[in-house]
Design a protein around this ligand. Sequence first.
Ligand SMILES: [Zn+2]
Length: 360
Amino acid sequence: MPTVAEIITHLHHHAPPHLRMEGDPHGLLVGDADAEVSRLVVSLDVTPAVAKHAAETGAQLIIAHHPLIYQPLKRVVANEPHPGGVVLSCIRAGIAVACAHTNWDVAERGINDVLAELLGLADTKPVQVTYHDPIVNLVVFASEERRWRVWDAMVGAGAGHIPGSLYDRCAFWGTGTGTFRPMEGANPQIGAVGVSAFVTENRIETVMPSHLVPAVLAAVRAAHGYEEVAHQIVPLTNTGKEYGIGRVGTLAETITGGELLARVQTALDFDAVRMVGDSGKPVRTVAVGGGACAFLLSDAIRHGADALVTSDVRHHEYVDAESRGILLLDAGHAQTETPGTRRLSELLAAALPGVAVDFL
Ligand SMILES: [Zn+2]
């Protein structure tokens, strides 16, 4: 049975924490990382009803999109409303609680990608870039004997692939002579203390997103065999992949605002979608933002969007959109984020064959 910590590793594979907005809670919020999990509940929120369902079905972990603890809690007291009372009932029932909030909004295949997919948008990109993944060049020197083992370990930790590229295991290899002299106290794999060694070595040069460097270096050290691993980390000015909030893309054909409204209602199975603007306006480029993303309006206009589909729209935002000629649709907070949360439960279920996964 996997532990809570192992499941959170899978969660972070899909929703990398470094993509979250600054200060946003992520990962384990309540419970024991070492507890074993046979049943998992995935939900948009950890409501009292979700916590009750988890307790009744014997689940040991709830993963929610919205963080159960968002602001510091002043009280954790029985029979009180969300969130303090829910925190206590989860602790009493031995249920851990984790979340993937803005990291799952931003992530590939996350909330916003699913929303764009449901509306039939193609060639999508973030409406607002929030994270620019820096690329580094890592150079490692390995002996002839260990080079394949070292390279496989590097690739296993994510080196040799730039997100978005269709090529992996990319590197440049060169062969040369490495030299070193072990000093007093050293325990060299090759050579002897006080004697210069000359060894045929491979220079393995590869690229990766900078956030992977610690994991790749740990893998190299485990596979390398040398007491000290010679390596160089070289920052590059090459542009890495851009991640961000919302998606803007194009429909397969031009439709009217009224048709877009109907499409959103059908796609999200929600009749109460509200739209401001001319229902006869031709629509081809559409921006989406799951949850409260009316703040993306100016960026959506900059990308040439004819409409922005989001939720929690306030009066002045409708007025702003109408005056700027862009359609603004309020499609419900839960309605715009539930499909992406369901997708997360499907991805976790596929990665965890021994764990029963409920989506609420
Ligand atoms: Zn939300």
